[in-house]
Design a protein around this ligand. Structure first.
Ligand code: PEP
Length: 242
């Protein structure tokens, strides 16, 4: 099964409009054998879209309601209107700081698919859960509830152990592969092996130019979701040219 690798940089709440344009304009002029995406701050999305070239540009979040009285939120309809290529949902920072639940992740995923925007659905266990040997249990629950009743082949799933995000600690390649394989097995139970084999699964958590090669060589890892190492163009370019 050939799945096109996909590496996405999540800029979180970093970079000015000016710096975002310069970065994406330069990156977008390159051609890639894989899919390369950047999720900048929401307000810059329609602006960098103008210069994105070969880069996919997407959002870091959107609301789980179609429209209405949700002060400060951004609708998926608006993301569709500005041609957002993808949207990250269920990032652990959103689950942790903004009470995002598997139910809201599932609702967002469905709305995104209706709007033909690719959902990048994040799952991952906390340090406590990891140390208690509960990784598979937690991942199973997140996968079953966040990804129920969706067109699964159109989703990207990102496995991001929370303890490895921004900490410099990476899961060993073996652990990352084992959990990504487990995710695919769960998806096969929920859907079918054929559908599960089409899903691209990313690993995220302190991915750097020095470890991307061995991660991408794993049979069930089809890409990476990258925070820190996506902020400098040199390191991000090195990374996507693994
Ligand atoms: C992330 O926040 O999705 C992430 C993986 O961050 P970092 O690469 O900095 O660990």
């Amino acid at each position: 099964m050939m799945r096109k690798p996909i590496i996405i940089g999540n800029w979180k709440m970093n970079k000015s409009i000016h710096d975002s344009i310069i970065f994406i304009d330069e990156l977008g002029k390159d051609s890639f054998e894989i899919e390369v995406g950047i999720a900048p701050q929401m307000i810059t999305l329609p602006i960098v879209n103008e210069v994105k070239g070969n880069v996919l540009v997407g959002a870091q979040n959107a609301n789980d309601h179609l429209e209405g009285a949700y002060t400060g939120e951004v609708s998926i309809a608006l993301l569709q209107e500005i041609n957002s290529d993808f949207c990250i949902v269920g990032h652990s920072e959103r689950r942790q700081y903004y009470n995002e639940t598997n139910k809201s992740v599932n609702d967002k995923t469905k709305l995104l698919l209706d709007a033909k925007i690719m959902p990048v659905v994040c799952v991952g266990e906390s340090l406590e859960e990891y140390e208690a040997g509960k990784t598979n249990e937690v991942i199973k629950e997140q996968i079953n509830n966040s990804l129920a009743d969706v067109s699964i082949a159109d989703c990207v799933v990102a496995y991001e152990p929370v303890w490895a995000i921004g900490t410099g600690k990476t899961a060993t390649t073996q652990t990352a592969q084992e959990v990504c394989k487990f995710i695919r097995e769960e998806l096969a139970k929920m859907y079918s092996q054929e559908e599960a084999d089409k899903v691209r699964i990313q690993y995220g958590g302190s991915v750097k130019p020095s470890n991307i090669g061995e991660l991408m060589a794993c049979p069930d890892i089809d890409g990476a979701l990258v925070g820190g190492a996506s902020l400098e163009i040199a390191s991000f370019k090195e990374l996507i040219n693994y």
